[in-house]
Design a binder for this molecule. Structure first.
Ligand code: SF4
Length: 384
């Protein structure tokens, strides 16, 4: 997992034991039966998950598949998020044999990637990862990637560098800043301007690769939930068995995601007994500050991601650090869709969205009168 200033991972074992795998699958069964789930995904994350012996995946997935035979109406999925450096033909055989869907982390262009991702000799790993993507294309037929946005990189270069890689999809992620760490001027819209340039390149390209962020927003604007990713479904199990909410919340502070719960002694759903687990899994899109609750695009934005609302001074009682960007980008996409696909909006009374009007409306709203104020402010002292 990204450590994001949280160094608790240093106290954990490097790899997960087989006993822990047994426990996880036992708790998975209990959870699926209790909540009548129809789909369940396992995501292998790191550190670097391909460092562990491949036998680990055979053990895990063969055992999970046996469980799946008992729960035959449930769809099990297996994903792995890797830095790509260790991918070779034998990894592809493993992915094919066990139905694991890999996704490779790439930091945009070679220049940006090599600045942050170096091997122990200080050499950037872009060329190796580029090769890994080609191996995936050749041996499993597709290559999906994840890229944390770096606004200092030109969107055109980034878009083209993924085209050169011949990827099938790029899951662009907005960086996990809080109000205490946000490095940009909040009166400006650097992220929205960057995303708008990327969107224009993407929508005008007849051979575009998939960008789930764009597909998700378009679907929300059109009122469908297909391909819409709700992050509030990810439970993390650390290598020592500790259970936590999603790793992005580590950006809120050292130890912030710690619950004191362990898969050996707790069920998955116990996470909701911790205040952070309850907020993240149950209330993150409804328990909002007063500005978000009155926001004209609340149903689309839902307050943005939880981590982006955090401030040490008042916990989660804030709009997103990217609020202005989210408004500008959402308005741009809606207006663009209305121009490109007028038929989709024919029967609806939908006006062009004006971000300036929404900004000005929100500027006039008081922050702090939400009925959830004290619940959200509670997290100002959380984890300390
Ligand atoms: S656009 Fe801003 S105010 Fe509106 S829901 Fe999103 S974060 Fe809240």
């Amino acid at each position: 997992m990204y450590n994001l200033g949280d160094t608790t991972y240093k106290q954990q074992p490097k790899f997960m034991s087989y006993e822990l795998v047994d426990e996880i699958l036992d708790k998975t069964k209990q959870y699926i039966l209790r909540y009548k789930k129809k789909e369940f995904s396992f995501i292998f994350h790191g550190g670097e998950p391909l460092l562990i012996d491949k036998k680990f995946y055979s053990y895990f997935i063969k055992k999970a598949n046996k469980l799946n035979q008992q729960l035959s109406d449930v769809i099990f999925k297996y994903d792995i998020q890797t830095n790509g450096v260790l991918i070779d033909k034998s990894s592809c055989s493993l992915f094919r044999e066990l139905n694991i869907y890999p996704s490779v982390s790439v930091d945009g262009t070679k220049k940006a990637h090599d600045m942050y991702r170096k091997d122990h000799k200080g050499k950037g790993s872009y060329d190796r990862v580029f090769k890994s993507v080609q191996i995936l294309k050749e041996h499993i037929g597709y290559a999906d990637t994840v890229c944390v946005i770096n606004v200092e990189e030109d969107p055109q270069y980034i878009y083209n560098s993924f085209k050169d890689m011949n990827v099938n999809s790029v899951n662009f992620l907005i960086p996990d800043f809080t109000h205490d760490t946000f490095p940009f001027d909040k009166t400006k819209t650097i992220m929205a301007d960057w995303l708008i340039q990327l969107f224009d390149l993407w929508i005008e390209d007849s051979e575009r690769y998939q960008i789930p962020m764009f597909a998700g927003l378009i679907n929300r604007l059109l009122g469908t939930t297909e391909h819409t990713n709700n992050e509030s479904t990810v439970l993390v199990i650390e290598t020592n068995g500790e259970i936590e909410a999603i790793d992005s919340l580590k950006a809120c502070g050292h130890g912030f995601t710690k619950t004191g719960m362990n898969i050996n002694t707790h069920n998955f759903s116990d996470i909701k007994k911790s205040p952070l687990g309850k907020l993240y899994f149950e209330d993150s899109t409804t328990k909002l500050n007063s500005k978000c609750l009155s926001c004209p695009i609340m149903e689309i934005c839902q307050g943005g991601r939880l981590v982006h609302r955090f401030k040490k001074e008042n916990g989660f009682d804030n709009v997103s650090v990217y609020c202005k960007d989210l408004i500008k980008f959402t308005a741009y996409i809606q207006n663009k869709l209305m121009i490109l696909f007028p038929d989709l909006f024919d029967n609806e009374k939908v006006d062009q969205m004006k971000s300036e009007e929404i900004w000005s409306f929100l500027d006039r709203q008081e922050l702090g009168s939400s009925r959830y104020k004290s619940d959200l402010e509670y997290f100002a002292t959380y984890g300390k």
